[in-house]
Design a binder for this molecule. Structure first.
Ligand code: SF4
Length: 230
């Protein structure tokens, strides 16, 4: 399968998805979690209800902005579960654009592979909260032991590749200040936990059977929801 088949959205210009970078953001459908606070739930949970964007048009579009873009962010959903996402990275590499991958960190094996093979330049990993709140934070998709196992594997990679990781946490309502402090304490020395404000998701859950109204092409991404992987 070609990963481009699951491309469901693009933010042509973002100033907030990669610190210090003017970038375009590509949104791929599908996710292995069901976070109740998810902002991209239609793309994440019902990608079949969002129009597909073509590889050719997207690559042409990126080529037009190539001279002033600093990079491309690949996000979702969870791009690590997209079969054939390697082809997307390879195509983006032909343009010489640095690539940042956003991930929930539940596939450390793939993150390791992507870094070893130099498919991506850096990863932004969501650390959603204390281990014991992972079931609540992920819609019961991840138990505390699994969260710890996977994220500790990611932290080990971050120690090995310190320039190539960011860690983020969204201040969703169930997280207390103590929870944030606990989450911060998990990170290896020298890493900052970037906190993101939570904004209530609205209007994109497609919970009925009607057509999804969510557009596949987003306007310029300077608003929090497109930066937020709650
Ligand atoms: S917040 Fe991120 S990890 Fe959670 S369901 Fe949404 S896309 Fe998946």
């Amino acid at each position: 399968m070609n990963g481009w088949d699951l491309l469901r959205g693009i933010a042509p210009v973002s100033l907030c998805d990669w610190p210090g970078h003017v970038c375009s953001v590509l949104f791929f459908g599908g996710c292995n979690l069901r976070c109740p606070t998810c902002h991209n739930r239609t793309i994440a949970w019902n990608p079949q209800r969002v129009p597909r964007l073509s590889r050719e048009e997207t690559m042409n579009d990126l080529a037009k902005r190539r001279s002033w873009l600093d990079g491309v962010v690949v996000t979702g959903g969870e791009a690590c579960i997209v079969a054939g996402i390697e082809q997307v990275f390879a195509d983006l590499r032909t343009m010489g654009l640095p690539i940042k991958l956003d991930t929930n960190g539940m596939r450390p094996d793939l993150i390791h592979e992507f870094l070893e093979q130099d498919r991506v330049d850096c990863c932004a990993v969501d650390v959603k909260g204390p281990w014991d709140k992972y079931p609540q934070l992920t819609g019961d998709r991840v138990d505390p032991g699994l969260a710890r196992k996977h994220l500790e594997a990611i932290f080990a990679l971050a120690i090995r590749y310190p320039e190539r990781f960011y860690f983020r946490c969204t201040k969703v309502p169930c997280l207390t200040c103590e929870d944030i402090a606990t989450t911060r304490s998990y990170l290896p020395d020298g890493f900052e936990l970037i906190l993101q404000d939570f904004i209530e998701p609205s209007g994109n859950d497609c919970s009925d059977d009607g057509p999804c109204v969510e557009s596949g092409v987003f306007s310029q991404s300077t608003s929090l929801p497109l930066c937020d992987h709650a």
